[in-house]
Design a protein. Sequence first.
Length: 250
Amino acid sequence: MAETLPGLAGKRALVTGASSGLGAHFAQRLAAHGADVVLAARRLDALQSVASMVEQYGRARCVALDVTSAASRAALVEEAGPIDILVNNAGLVREGPALVHAEEDWDLVMDTNLKGMFFLAQALAAGMRERGGGSIINVASILGLRQAGGVVSYAVSKAGVVQLTRTLALEWARYGIRVNALAPGYIDTDINRDFWQTEAGRALVSRIPQRRLGQLEDLDGLLLLLASDASRYMTGTVLAVDGGHLVNTL
C-alpha cells in the first residue's frame, strides 16, 4: 500500500468532474494515499468505471452532480456527508473567436467553471467550519494567469477562479479552512491527445520551455501537498504546473 501523507489517511475527499481526465486521476491519487473518495459528475455510468479503479486503493462512492444546478448541489451535500477535502475540478471550455462567442456558451462556461465552483465550496465550507477546518483545492489554469486567443469565456472564468481562491482563503482562514488552487498548463489526457499530434498542437508544445506536455502524474505532488496537513500553513496560493510556460519569452 502506498505510504500515506500527514493528515490524509482517514479523510473524506470529494472530487468534482471525476468521470474522466484530471478528476478521475485525482480521485485515484487521493485514495492511494488513504482518503475515502466521493466521486461526483453528471454521468453516473462513467463514474462507476472510475470507482472500480479507485477501489483498488480504498473506498469510493459515486454521487450525481450538475454543478450548475442549485438543487443538484444541495442534494450532493446531503448525500455525500461530511467532507474534509474538496477538489473543485468540474469545468468545460467553449472555443471560438470573441467576436462571435455566443451568450449561451458564455453563460454555460461561467455557470460551470466559476459560479458552480463557488456555491459548492460555500455549501461544503459550512460543514468544514463546524468540524474545525478543511482543504479546498480549486482547479484553475495558466489561462487564468495569462491570456490566449479563442477561449475568452474559459480564460475569464479561470481568472475568476484565481481571485475566488484568494478571496475565500482570506475570509475562511479563521475557520481553519484552507483554499488553494492548482493552475495546470497543457496536460496530456485522453480528451486532447489527438490534438497534440496535429501541426497546431506541436506548435503549442514547442513554446513550452520544457518542450513537452505535462502528464497527469506531474500534478500529483502538489495535489497531495494541498490536500494534506503538510500544507497546513498554506492558503490563498495558486500553484502553476506548466513546464515553465508562464515564464517563457514574449
